[in-house]
Design a protein around this ligand. Structure first.
Ligand code: SF4
Length: 255
């Protein structure tokens, strides 16, 4: 994608949603960090359901340590991989108290040293809690970047490096939110909703998904074609029956 197209791509996403943010609910950087750790291979909605009552009581790593692993496990048992996640949240809370005075660190290196925190989690926290221009690449961002041709790459590191290079100001800070939301609600994995996509003319993905009405029409046309070929085949079978009978009257083996 050319530079002016990349600008236009984000300009349109920004126009459609001027203040994008994460859908994970939190009231401070610590809660955000916990929520992002819990969201690995789970939906934001499922994490919010579990964290809403939890975060009423737990706002700091010290409170989490007092709460304890068993109660945390119970509180998040509706989220996938909850055993491992409970262990990680307790371990990272201890690490925050021991090494960072109970505060969430502001560098990627320090964040990635915490249990259960990878590059993507660190990028989300740096961006959402501290306003850094980082590009967290999750499954939605990876798909949108590759499909559209915005920033293609074989793995998340390559896509992140390309986004770092090509995303212009003033879109750098919110770029990853726009891409996540675009992937989650419009450029969906199974059936991208191209007919209502604001960047349809900039995207290289083919074939574009037509509007639902047209898809219904073409489905109906396909069904009609299938029905008429089935009828033709059935007719052909009936017509060929005398031949089959003729064949049957012939000797199958020579005497
Ligand atoms: S046109 Fe379709 S494939 Fe391209 S970004 Fe939009 S929804 Fe995704």
């Amino acid at each position: 994608m050319k530079r002016e197209q990349v600008f236009e791509f984000f300009r349109r996403l920004a126009e459609a949603n001027p203040s994008p943010t994460t859908e994970l609910e939190s009231a401070n950087p610590y809660q955000l960090l916990v929520a992002v750790v819990l969201s690995a291979q789970a939906t934001d909605a499922s994490v919010n359901i579990a964290t809403r009552p939890l975060f009423e009581q737990i706002k700091t790593p010290e409170q989490m340590v007092d709460f304890g692993e068993d109660r945390l496990r119970q509180a998040i048992k509706t989220i996938g991989l909850f055993n491992t996640k409970a262990k990680n949240v307790l371990a990272l809370s201890h690490a925050l108290i021991d090494q960072h005075g109970g505060e969430v660190p502001r560098t990627r290196e320090e964040l990635q040293k915490l249990p259960g925190v990878g590059r993507k989690t660190a990028n989300v926290v740096l961006n959402t809690a501290f306003g850094e221009e980082t590009f967290a690449v999750d499954t939605h961002v990876f798909r949108v970047c590759n499909r559209t041709g915005l920033a293609s790459g074989k793995n998340v590191e390559e896509v992140e490096a390309k986004l770092e290079k090509i995303v212009p100001q003033p879109f750098r800070r919110d770029a990853h939110h726009w891409l996540i939301l675009h992937g989650r609600y419009t450029c969906k994995a199974r059936l991208p909703e191209c007919w209502r996509c604001p960047v349809i003319d900039l995207c290289r993905y083919k074939p574009k998904t037509p509007p639902p009405k047209e898809r219904t029409k073409s489905r109906a046309a396909r069904t009609a074609t299938r029905a008429s070929s089935a009828a033709r085949i059935a007719k052909g079978r009936t017509a060929s029956r005398p031949t089959a009978n003729r064949n049957r009257s012939r000797p199958t083996r020579l005497p």
